[in-house]
Design a protein around this ligand. Structure first.
Ligand SMILES: [Mg+2]
Length: 279
C-alpha cells in the first residue's frame, strides 16, 4: 500500500516509545491501594491478563457495573464473558446489549493497551476510579524522573526530520497531559520535531474533532492525513471513518489485516513505510 500523506498524526505512549517496564510500576501502585486480602489475587490475575491468559485481555471491553468482558465489533457486543471465563448465551448477550454500547473512560472501558489491563483487574476487585487515576498520576510522575530510562527507537528521530524536510507536517495527539508528555518527548529528543502538539486529547471521544482541527490547521483533506497509533479504538477506527490512512502498531496481535491500512508489531517495523512516503 502506498501512503502519500501531507500530515501524519502520532500517538505518544506505545507509539513513540516501546518501553513497557512502567506498567509493572503502575500495577504495583494499583495493588497497594487494594485491601490487603485482595492484593495477591490481583497480582496473579494481572500477570495472567498481561500474558493473554485471562478472560480480561487487550482488545476486549470491560463493563464495570456488570463485571463482564465484552467482544465487540463497531460497538455491537458479539460475545460476553464472566470474570471466570464463562460465556453468556447469545440470548443473554442480546438482552443485555440490544444496542450499540458507548465506550467511555469510566463504566465501559476499552482495554486497548497495557494501561487498561492492571486497571481493569483492580476495578474488578473494587478499586475506585479515583484511586485508579491516582495510581496513573503516580506512574506518570515516576516516568518523569531520571530513574525512568527510555529506549529511543533506532533511526526514528532522523526519519521524522527527513519527513519534515520533505514538507510533511507532523502532529502529536496524546491523551496524556502536557507537562509529563513534554518530559517524555525530551527524553526521546523529540520535543521540537512536531509542527503541532495536542495534549489531553480525549481520544476516542474527541478523536474526530481533533482531526477536524488538524485538517483545518494544515488545510488538507482527511485522505491526506495518516494516523499512527497503538490503540485501535482511539487512533485507528475514528480516523478510518473520516477517510484518513492508518498505521496500527499492534504488539499484542489482536488485530486483523483489515484493522488498518498497515499493521505492524513495532514502530521499528513501520519505518520502511514512512521512508516510502518521501522516496
Ligand atoms: Mg498509545
Amino acid at each position: 500500500m502506498k501512503l502519500l500523506p501531507k500530515v501524519i498524526v502520532f500517538d505518544l505512549d506505545g507509539t513513540l516509545y516501546e518501553d513497557i517496564h512502567h506498567f509493572n510500576f503502575y500495577a504495583e501502585r494499583l495493588r497497594d491501594k487494594l485491601p490487603l486480602q485482595k492484593q495477591e489475587i490481583f497480582w496473579k490475575e494481572y500477570k495472567l491478563a498481561e500474558q493473554g491468559e485471562h478472560t480480561l485481555r487487550i482488545g476486549r471491553v470491560y463493563d464495570v457495573a456488570k463485571d463482564l468482558l465484552l467482544v465487540q465489533q463497531d460497538r455491537i457486543v458479539k460475545e460476553a464473558f464472566k470474570w471466570d471465563g464463562t460465556a453468556l448465551s447469545q440470548e443473554e448477550v442480546n438482552q443485555l446489549y440490544p444496542e450499540q454500547i458507548t465506550i467511555d473512560l469510566e463504566s465501559m472501558l476499552s482495554i486497548g493497551d497495557l494501561w487498561w489491563v492492571p486497571a481493569c483487574v483492580a476495578f474488578h476487585h473494587g478499586l475506585s476510579g479515583k484511586s485508579g487515576h491516582r495510581s496513573f498520576l503516580e506512574t506518570r510522575e515516576f516516568m518523569m524522573t531520571p530513574e525512568f530510562k527510555m529506549n529511543k527507537i533506532t533511526n526514528f528521530k532522523e526519519m521524522l526530520q527527513d519527513l519534515r524536510e520533505h514538507g510533511v507536517k507532523l502532529v502529536l495527539l496524546t491523551n496524556s497531559p502536557e507537562p509529563d508528555s513534554e518530559v517524555i518527548l525530551t527524553k526521546l529528543e523529540l520535543q521540537t520535531v512536531f509542527h503541532k502538539k495536542i495534549f489531553n486529547g480525549k481520544k476516542p471521544t474527541l478523536t474526530s474533532n481533533r482531526f477536524e482541527e488538524i485538517a483545518l490547521t494544515f488545510n488538507v483533506n482527511y485522505n491526506e492525513i495518516l494516523s499512527v497509533g497503538d490503540n485501535w479504538i482511539n487512533e485507528i477506527l475514528p480516523a478510518q471513518k473520516l477517510g484518513c490512512s492508518t498505521i496500527l502498531i499492534d504488539p499484542h496481535h489482536i488485530s486483523t489485516d483489515e484493522s488498518a491500512d498497515i499493521v505492524v508489531e513495532t514502530m521499528t517495523q513501520a519505518i520502511p513505510f514512512f521512508k516510502k512516503i518521501i522516496e
